[in-house]
Design a protein around this ligand. Structure first.
Ligand SMILES: Nc1ncnc2c1ncn2[C@@H]1O[C@H](COP(=O)(O)OP(=O)(O)OP(=O)(O)O)[C@@H](O)[C@H]1O
Ligand SMILES: [Mg+2]
Length: 232
């Protein structure tokens, strides 16, 4: 599904004129099977989020290629990258990243609006998903009127609304208590099983990593598979 080949990436840091490159990813190669849940663990600053940004096309690697379903995406310009992302990828973040001025319904509807889907179809699809993830009761709430777990459900629904084959998650349970974390993990598992959605999940949390088919460790700018776990 997703293949990264020989990815290298550095950030330039320091004052203007005195910048020096700090290598973050060093000849990293990696493959995610369709329908898998893969987790990436590693210490803070090891380059996990940077890799996710590169896999999703937010950031261009200095060298190397990313291929998604046979399409080389690392050559895309920004417009093509954005269109491809809207079509193929969903995202879940630690801090939810909901639009504060939009209700639950409107936050979930937003990707469909960006895709130019008609109002009638949007309404039907959002209502159906609200049912499926149990958010009908809070459909008219703004994010600041929701619990953390509800906000993460809204962000998962927003990631799902376009029916993407892949969802990237960066510390999806990092802001949740352990009970809510279990709920969100159960939701991710069931989406993987029932819809075959591929998940790439960055986490510091062993319980999150444990739902993955394969756990990768980020270390010294490369990934190493570190143990296979068969969940449930
Ligand atoms: N835009 C940037 N400019 C300069 N350096 C950056 C930039 N983004 C990240 N870095 C550096 O790259 C390294 C990797 O950062 P990254 O955010 O990928 O780490 P991470 O593994 O996600 O860490 P965490 O677990 O804390 O989220 C860090 O040393 C960070 O300081
Ligand atoms: Mg990070």
């Amino acid at each position: 599904m997703i293949t990264a080949q020989h990815i290298q990436h550095s950030f330039k840091i320091g004052k203007k004129g005195k910048e020096r490159p700090v290598p973050v990813l060093k000849d990293l190669s990696f493959h995610v099977e369709k329908g898998a849940i893969v987790s990436i663990v590693g210490r803070s600053g090891s380059g996990k989020s940077t890799l996710l940004h590169i896999l999703a096309g937010f950031l261009k690697p200095d060298s190397g290629t990313i291929t998604v379903d046979g399409t080389v995406t690392s050559d895309f310009n920004e417009t093509d990258s954005a269109a491809f992302r809207l079509d193929r990828f969903g995202f879940i973040f630690q801090n939810f990243q909901l639009m504060p001025g939009l209700t639950t319904f409107e936050n979930i509807e937003l990707p469909l609006k960006l895709k130019g889907i008609s109002r009638t179809v949007r309404k039907a699809e959002v209502n159906e998903l609200l049912q499926q993830v149990g958010l009908q009761e809070v459909r008219d709430h703004y994010p600041n009127e929701l619990s953390g777990g509800q906000q993460q459900r809204v962000s998962i629904a927003r990631a799902l609304i376009t029916n993407p084959p892949v969802i990237f998650a960066d510390e999806p349970t990092g802001s949740l208590d352990s009970e809510t974390e279990q709920e969100i993990l159960a939701l991710i598992r069931s989406l993987n099983r029932t819809r075959g959605i591929t998940f790439v999940i960055i986490t510091h949390d062993d319980e999150v990593a444990a739902i993955a088919d394969t756990i990768y460790h980020m270390h010294d700018g490369v990934l190493a598979a570190g143990g296979v776990h068969h969940a449930g």
